[in-house]
Ligand binder design. Structure first.
Ligand code: PBG
Length: 337
């Protein structure tokens, strides 16, 4: 009919594309930004000195002995990354059913904390509180005759482990085990022993995810775990309300920060938690997520820098205050370019 005579006023009243037209106006309305302050760098610690081993399923990631890790920490600090998270690679000979190595004051994690706080005191040092690197079966706790991970006896060991980390000088202890009541127990023990400044980052919504495979290779717990799984303590990927319940408990019990793990497939959980509690909320961009992006990039199928930065911005946009990522150093370098 009169299509050609349609007056211009019938064109879109709101032109969303005006603000997208130029770089300056895109920058003006950008809602989410990324800085090195948003990063926590997870590292794998080896016994010995001058030791460096590649992790096959995580190209670009290495396990380092403490002396080399100290050099790494200096670089991380210079890049403006606020904190590093330590994961010890426990020799088989130090693993046992009672996981006693977990709270050995002279253990690998405890020695690494001391060396790092001594050499680079301004860098935040975070430790993993869980028993899987120290048990012969690779579960995060002590098991009964049926193989069930026992809650309360495990919490007692976790408390000793967290105290040994705090005594070594850890700034943040991060229980990643998913036992019930462990945040309250660790908090009470830290207070009782005078460690009132030690922060707790609770892995509150930690899912029983298949994205942890490469990590279990990296710390050498995969072989021990065998065909086992962690379904009786880690969360079902199908659940969302349960994550809210977990976070509420951990905050009540004294967590300073909470975490969702893994990252990208769980951003709906991050948004719900941030909206509901407003507490410092972190995301673990886990080993499997790293491996996916790395493998596709190495094949030339994805532009690594672009896709990694997009992943980070997406996690922040979902409500994360920071991201644990094996890409932390690359990201800090890219942001400085
Ligand atoms: C162990 C722990 C795991 C990760 C961090 N701490 C593995 C697991 O629960 O089996 C996974 C990290 C990653 O995949 O990058 N309690």
């Amino acid at each position: 009919m009169a299509d050609l005579d349609t007056p211009r006023s019938s064109y879109p009243v709101t032109r969303m594309r005006r603000m997208r037209r130029d770089d300056f106006s895109r920058r003006m309305m950008r809602e989410t930004t990324l800085t090195p302050d948003d990063l926590i760098y997870p590292v794998f610690v080896l016994e010995g000195s001058g030791e460096r081993e590649a992790v096959a399923s995580m190209p670009g990631v290495e396990r380092l002995s403490i002396d080399l890790l100290v050099e790494e920490a200096r670089a991380v600090q210079r890049m403006g990354i606020p904190a590093m998270a330590l994961f010890p690679v426990t020799p088989l000979s130090a693993k046992s059913l009672d996981a006693a190595e977990a709270f050995n004051p002279g253990g690998l994690a405890q020695r690494a904390v001391r060396a790092l706080k001594d050499a680079v005191p301004e860098l935040g040092i975070m430790t993993d509180v869980a028993l899987d690197p120290f048990t012969t079966h690779g579960q995060d706790g002590l098991i009964d005759e049926a193989g069930y991970v026992m809650n309360d006896p495990t919490v007692e060991v976790l408390v000793r482990q967290a105290l040994s980390h705090a005594e070594a000088g850890a700034d943040i202890v991060a229980p990643s085990d998913m036992m019930d009541g462990r945040i309250g127990a660790v908090r009470a023990a830290l207070e009782a022993e005078g460690h009132i400044h030690t922060r707790i980052l609770a892995y509150s919504a930690k899912y029983a995810s298949s994205y942890y495979g490469p990590f279990r290779d990296a710390v050498g717990s995969a072989a021990n775990l065998g065909g086992g799984n962690k379904y009786t303590y880690q969360m079902d990927p199908a659940n969302s309300d349960e994550a809210i319940h977990e976070v509420a408990l951990d905050l009540e019990e004294g967590a300073d920060m909470v975490m969702v793990k893994p990252g990208m497939p769980y951003l709906d959980i991050v948004r719900r938690i941030k909206d509901q509690f407003g507490a410092p909320t972190f995301v673990y961009h886990v080993s499997g997520e790293y491996a996916m992006l790395k493998a596709a990039s190495q094949n030339g199928w994805l532009d690594e820098k672009a896709v990694v930065l997009e992943a980070m911005v997406s996690m922040k946009r979902a409500g994360a205050d920071g991201v644990l990522t094996y890409y932390a150093k690359d990201i800090a370098r890219w942001l400085a370019e």
